[in-house]
Design a protein around this ligand. Structure first.
Ligand code: FAD
Length: 562
């Protein structure tokens, strides 16, 4: 018998269950959006992936916490090979993604316009459990859409069956190489050159500064055909394959893998293209516009991924709050801790409806003949949903870590990784500021007209008193945004640009609140459930109207501080 007097308390860690059946927000949304037949079709895959995400894949994430992809540049005989060894979970994720049709679904379209909803419901379950394997999938989906829309029959025939394959052995992923050292946001400055020789076709020469998932078999990239003008219009979009017929790097070298804050299982490389064979996808100009189809798709993936990370963090924080006792009671019974988590849950629920609204809209545009109003809404809401959910995700996950106290700061809980990964949602596929400016540019001659009409339509059927009051707040905040726009557009470009982020976030939060309110009314009516109502009210309390009009000259004083 031991005579030790050392106390032996150990805290039980938070556990995850089936991530589909546990996610009230996802289940309730699908029950409203899909028909009973569509839901019956979708349920087996959702339950399967929900079970994997809550158990096997999460266990693998913990077991592989310290593993990272490794770049092997040379073989023993001095040949340049640039092979990258991936982590086991990444290889497993690739198989699951292909088999579950995470790319195939919207191209097979088993649920017509709702196929995107099913796809992203699965992506929502898959993403936080697979160490950012969603990144190559997002680019693959973007490439498949771009090639489909391009009408380039040769490339469609060559690549599309592979990108949309459900067979892991023939499934391809695609990279998207835009960013160069000289410019990521200002991509029109790209220096990569495309040279054409009649006997040799097109070849690319240059350096690509951030190329994620460089294990992909193909990529869409930008290069300037010799003699073309400077700027974005002078760039063209090219298709290339990363390996030649013998499996050697296709006249490109992986100079190094980036040493990143997060997304560390995702190999992001710096590349040199030195005569890489490539094929123009379409015209030999306007590449930035051409590749925007990829970005529209990847921004939607980004929004769903940001939301899915919030959901993962909150599932863990709620479980911990039930298990962790402080000052005589579980944290889940401490009013201030409950208040803190409730604010975060409201952010998740609103962000969820915003992201999935873009999935619905995308599905409608792809399957039905889209109206001009739907296209205008899609152009405006895609950057807005991406930037809004990304900022939410970073803020929510920072709070989630604090909700664990010291444990949230300890690496082998797996929690810090959530925050580090989430930080990227606000950077790649367009930073918050760059997307806010995109949103301003996406406003047509009717300015906020399409969004105001859609918001009115979304809010139409509200009957519950709290929701009616919320509806008035949303309308008031949107009117403030409209008034701000009207007072600066065409008059004071400096103020307009300086306020673009606050403007875009106001639109994002207002529209998310409207979508959540509509869902809350449905959930009251059909599920007798008041939780979405509580989330809607709480989300509005977190703040809708961020419009402010600080003097740009004063801002300049602060930044020029030295
Ligand atoms: C992990 C990771 C993976 C990536 N993978 C890929 C990939 O696979 N393919 C790829 O092409 N790229 C990739 N990127 C690159 C990413 O898309 C760029 O880093 C991003 O677009 C920003 O570009 P930049 O780094 O040149 O920053 P900059 O454009 O220099 O931006 C710096 C800052 O200036 C701000 N800014 C820029 N212009 C304006 C303006 N007009 N007004 C106000 N503010 C402005 C930005 O918001 C930002 O805060 C990846 C990045 C990361 C972190």
């Amino acid at each position: 018998m031991s005579d030790s007097h050392v106390t032996a308390f150990t805290q039980s860690p938070p556990q995850l269950g089936n991530q589909y059946t546990d996610d009230r927000v996802l289940r309730s949304y699908l029950a409203r959006t899909l028909s009973p037949e569509e839901l019956a079709y979708a349920r087996p895959a959702l339950e399967r992936l929900g079970a994997l995400a809550g158990a096997e894949l999460t266990d693998m994430q913990h077991a592989e916490r310290l593993l990272e992809p490794a770049l092997e540049q040379w073989d023993a005989w001095g040949n340049r090979i640039d092979r990258i060894a991936l982590t086991p979970l990444w290889r497993r994720a690739e198989t699951i993604a292909a088999r579950e049709g995470l790319i195939a679904l919207p191209y097979e379209a088993p649920l017509g316009k709702h196929s995107r909803v099913l796809q992203f419901a699965l992506v929502h379950l898959f993403t936080p459990a697979t160490d950012v394997y969603a990144c190559p999938l997002a680019m693959t989906d973007g490439a498949a859409r771009t090639l489909t829309d391009s009408g380039n029959a040769t490339l469609v025939e060559r690549a599309l069956p592979r990108l949309t394959s459900r067979d892991p052995d023939s499934f391809w992923t695609s990279g998207q190489w835009m960013t160069e050292a000289i410019g990521g946001s200002d991509v029109g400055r790209a220096e990569t050159e495309a040279r054409f020789r009649p006997d040799d076709g097109w070849r690319l020469y240059g350096r690509k500064w951030f190329t994620s998932a460089i294990t992909s078999q193909m990529a869409l990239t930008l290069a300037r055909p010799e003699g073309n003008a400077t700027g974005g219009k002078g760039l063209a979009m090219f298709y290339l394959e990363t390996r030649d017929a013998e499996g050697r790097p296709n006249r490109l070298t992986v100079d190094r893998l980036k040493d990143k804050l997060g997304t560390r299982k995702l190999p992001t490389g710096e590349l040199t293209l030195d005569g890489t064979p490539a094929i123009p996808v379409g015209e030999l100009a306007n590449g930035v516009r051409a590749i925007s189809t990829v970005l529209n798709v990847t921004r939607l993936w980004n929004a769903v991924a940001a939301v899915s990370y919030m959901r993962r963090g909150l599932a863990l924080a709620r479980a911990y709050a039930r298990a962790r006792v402080a000052f005589g009671a579980p944290l889940a019974q401490k009013p201030l801790h409950v208040d803190t988590l409730a604010a975060l849950q409201a952010e998740y629920e609103a962000g969820f409806h915003l992201a999935f609204c873009i999935a619905e809209l995308t599905g409608r545009i792809e399957c039905d003949a889209a109206s001009e109003a739907q296209l205008a809404l899609h152009r405006l809401l895609t950057p807005i949903a991406k930037l809004t959910t990304a900022r939410q995700s970073v803020a929510v996950l920072s709070e989630v870590l604090e909700a664990f106290g010291g444990a949230g700061y300890v690496e082998d809980t797996g929690l810090p990784m959530l925050l580090r990964d989430a930080q990227v949602f606000a950077i790649w596929e367009g930073t918050t500021n760059v997307l806010a400016l995109d949103a301003l540019r996406a406003l047509g001659p009717d300015a906020l007209g399409p969004l105001l009409r859609e918001t009115g339509f979304v809010l139409e059927g509200l009957r519950e008193t709290t929701l009616i009051a919320l509806s008035a707040r949303i309308q008031a905040a949107l009117e403030a945004a409209q008034a701000w726009l009207a007072s600066h557009a065409g008059r004071d470009e400096t103020r307009l640009e300086a306020g673009a982020r606050r403007f875009a976030l106001t639109l994002g939060r207002c529209f998310a609140a409207a979508l959540l309110a509509r869902h809350a009314q449905w959930s009251l009516d059909h599920e007798n459930d008041r939780r979405a109502l509580a989330a809607a009210a709480r989300f509005a309390q977190n703040g809708l109207n961020l419009i402010g009009d600080p003097d740009p000259a004063s801002s300049q004083l602060l930044v020029d501080d030295a």
